[in-house]
Design a protein around this ligand. Structure first.
Ligand SMILES: [Ca+2]
Length: 426
């Protein structure tokens, strides 16, 4: 439930004002006031951001490529995709298709010595194409990248349209990259690609969270079941686009799109099953269009979300009693949950230690569009959460990426091509 809106101190309230500088929003009880500054604008489909300690920000645009923003605000293009203009170099095999393209970006924890950054991108180097995790070396001037090494080359993508809602190529492509602050391993989220066989498959690495080292080798302790690809940390996912770590204990959570019901935030455990299994002729379901039951029982028509969930659950604990249960399921709705990050620091007041989860918004069959940022107070054991919706100091957009920067602010990237800095104040 949302917290009731109450004024804290009249003196602490700053109404929205027309300034060229930050725009403020009123705070809810126990919450910080937020000031918004647009730090990047006029870009195209911003997908992810990653920060160095000095505030340098790498960011991706899904159909253009990788750029870097210096603390001064200067933006330098680094690596373009096929046909991108204005980059010092382009990679002819990198392309975009639907949800797939250049997605996540992460910085090596030892960047100061090895200069490595990583991007997740769709590539046609092999037919019909796969998602790859590229490791790149950044030069001292932050003007070029070199020494591309594809540390993962076999993440499936969806190459052809199918008979499903949003059935275009590139669907359910995952794509977030984050280093675990506790273990130093790279976590990679992958999507089910509208293929019923993928999420529970022991060898196809879609519908998974992978945990690997900087060379793409499996992390020790992944604990996937016997016969599974050893890079698999968790499986049985639909389309996780968010992964984030709780400060203090490094619990790892995914944020995952639901199928017209139940976006999920889930505490992961090594070797765990997320319980998504859209195979035909499984768990009491019959045949389904193009081998994928994910939108049934009536994939093109209106069905109450709870009925959909009973028929095709995001977490099937009947078939998989040990499945990882979500901490939160967006009140049973699907609204395009995209990304998560934890807030940390006393400037965030009551929100310090809580998760921010971003929504792109999808309005279907009476579900409100719901593009917004929520703050989740998640139980210590990950079994439940309470939600507060942020009063935005900027226009609602298709919020694709959220990251807490090294200055303690929350950065928000949008499909509209903006990156906002949300700075908490008192
Ligand atoms: Ca699940």
């Amino acid at each position: 439930m949302e917290k009731p809106f109450r004024f804290v101190l009249p003196g602490a309230i700053v109404a929205a004002v027309a300034l060229s500088g930050p725009v403020f929003a009123q705070a809810q009880s126990g919450a910080p006031n937020l000031a918004s500054t647009t730090v990047v604008t006029g870009r195209e489909l911003v997908w992810d951001m990653a920060f160095l300690p000095d505030g340098t920000m790498f960011f991706t645009e899904k159909c253009r490529g990788l750029s870097v923003r210096a603390p001064s605000g200067t933006i330098t293009p680094l690596l373009g995709m096929k046909d991108s203009q204005g980059y010092p170099e382009t990679a002819a095999d990198l392309f975009c298709s639907g949800q797939a393209g250049m997605n996540g970006v992460a910085i090596d924890p030892e960047f100061a010595s090895n200069r490595f950054i990583y991007v997740y991108s769709l590539s046609n180097m092999t037919a019909p194409g796969t998602n790859r995790v590229l490791r790149l070396t950044v030069n001292p001037d932050m003007t070029r990248v070199s020494n591309r090494t594809d540390i993962v080359a076999d993440i499936p993508y969806k190459p052809a349209a199918s008979n499903h809602p949003f059935g275009d190529p590139g669907a359910h492509n995952g794509g977030r990259l984050r280093f675990g602050p506790g273990d130093g391993f790279l976590y990679v989220t992958t999507g089910d690609t509208h293929n019923g066989m993928v999420p529970q498959s022991p060898t196809r690495i879609g519908g998974k969270v992978l945990r690997i080292d900087r060379d793409g080798r499996p992390a020790a302790g992944n604990n996937a079941p016997q016969g599974f690809d050893p890079r698999i940390f968790t499986y049985g996912h639909r389309n996780p686009q968010g992964i984030c770590f709780r400060p203090g204990n490094n619990q790892v959570f995914t944020a995952e799109n639901g199928p017209w019901h139940s976006d999920e935030v889930t505490l992961l455990r090594a070797g765990g099953n997320g319980g998504w299994d859209p195979r035909p002729n499984t768990a009491g379901r019959g045949d389904c269009p193009d081998g994928y039951c994910g939108y049934m029982p009536n994939q093109m028509g209106a069905v109450p979300p709870a009925e959909r969930s009973a028929f095709m659950p995001m977490t099937d604990t009947k078939t998989y009693p040990d499945a990882m249960k979500p901490a939160w399921n967006n009140d049973g709705l699907s609204q395009g949950m995209s990304s998560c990050t934890f807030l940390n620091g006393s400037q965030w007041r009551d929100w310090s230690g809580r998760m921010v989860v971003a929504f792109m918004g999808i309005g279907i069959h009476g579900t409100p569009v719901g593009n917004r940022l929520d703050v989740l107070d998640i139980a210590a054991d990950g079994s439940s959460a309470n939600r507060t919706t942020i009063s935005l100091p900027m226009p609602a957009g298709r919020f694709r990426s959220v990251v807490q920067g090294p200055d303690g602010s929350l950065y928000v990237g949008t499909d509209q091509g903006d990156i906002y800095q949300l700075k908490p104040g008192n």
